[in-house]
Design a protein around this ligand. Sequence first.
Ligand code: VG1
Ligand code: CO
Length: 542
Amino acid sequence: MILTRPTAPIADQKPGTSGLRKKTRVFMTPGYLENFVQSIWNAIGGVAGKTLVLGGDGRFFNDRAAQTILKMASASGASRVIVGQDALLSTPAASHLIRSRGADGGLILSASHNPGGETEDFGLKYNAANGGPAAESITAKIHSESEALREYLILDAPDCDLAALGEQRMGDMVIEVVDPVADYQALMENLFDFNAIRDLIAAGFQLRFDAMHAITGPYARAILETTLGAAPGSVVNAVPLPDFGGHHPDPNPVWAHDLMTAMFAPDAPDFGAASDGDGDRNMIVGRGLYVTPSDSLAVLAANAHLAPGYAQGLKGVARSMPTSAAVDRVAAARGLDCYATPTGWKFFGNLLDARRASLCGEESAGTGSDHVREKDGLWAVLLWLNILAVRQQSVAQIMAQHWAEFGRNYYSRHDYEAIDTAAATALMDDLRARLPDLPGTEVAGLRITEAQDFAYTDPIDRSVTTAQGLQITFVGGARLVLRLSGTGTEGATLRVYLERFEDAADRLALDPQAALAPVIAAAESLAGIAARTGRSKPDVIT
Ligand code: VG1
Ligand code: CO
């Protein structure tokens, strides 16, 4: 029986950088999830007759939320929902399923790198028929629908069995439960030279992949261990847990410190990697060397043609604005178009669809290509492995050669988490107001060439997105970016992105924080971060 339940608008359902993220208990409040899901249906013109994909990263409430969404899809007339077994799907696997099955869209249950559990975070994101995160125009529509919502529809029916592969019915709707890994693995086998990687591993190459108790565990085990022959146990923290073992599933040197310890030990493996909660991010570590995501993007751009799926060369590259310009240097050398977009994968969708860019990346450890419309953690790991197998060099040798050829963009991000929202907003507003006066002035010994509040005009649909971060550029290419996070669930998070270019042969192996010291000093002097946030140092440095 279809129930029409009266409801009232909930004020805080505005999607951020990547869907709606809130404390899990907020999402569990009766009606909260239902309101948001009905707002999505309303914003996309309903789901009658449509096929959707559904899955999530396995965090607490993933299973319950999936049942609610299925009942709401059925009540609103969806014809089919393709669900990963046990309601699990990595974000890139969901993107692939939407595309390969010609679905009308999909819902991904995840708060990605945010911690999980009943007292931590939950999230929900809508992806469109191209497999990519809904564009700003759609997320804005979802928000406005949520502000006017009066009722939602839900089927009064028992839960379905999401452990059983195959088809079942819920009302008039077909639920098709699929193996979350199989289609994704087949896609990877199409793109990469699995034989070359298998030979590399058989010859003694050792790797360690840290799944951080999140969704990539089953994918990495199937692909890296079972198919490519990595020793059993090469994938660690491989079992997805509802609270990710109490950790932040955020692949950076701070949260993946176990991996860092292993990779800097005397008996370190040749290659280390980690992924995040929903499997769309990657962290790459060589023996004794952390590769920043911005550098990783540049290396992949320079070497992608070594993998069969990219042998024809890239169509162009794109990075988020705060990501370092290392990839720009590769693009310039190879004659590729290079785009700078606002933070968040949704801004790459049009460039990928229009074939203007085929490799994209973000400084936050997201890299991906036109094979799906999301960033893809395991894909980046496999592309690195394919490159290592062809070049027969260590990660450190590849990085040294890359910097010798293109120069090095020293890079770091300093995060101030859960700070007072009013203080964070005031910091940004005050600096924004001073931007016009900054060019030509000097701060901490650096001369400012440009200062702007980043705005982006999409080259395909001409949509304009403003206020995407304050960008201050210095003589010599050093750069400072400040923006507020759009994925947090507590107070505000200030992100300070720092970059400085060096190409002198004897200055390519400096300590990044030391190399960036003048830019760090400039940030403090321009924004008064310590005084305004009450923090003497960043909470997280990556
Ligand atoms: C962060 C990252 C951004 C990324 C987003 C979603 O956003 O900085 O690059 O696209 O998370 O990634 P913010 O607004 O907090 O800076 V994920 O892996 O959380 O879906
Ligand atoms: Co993620």
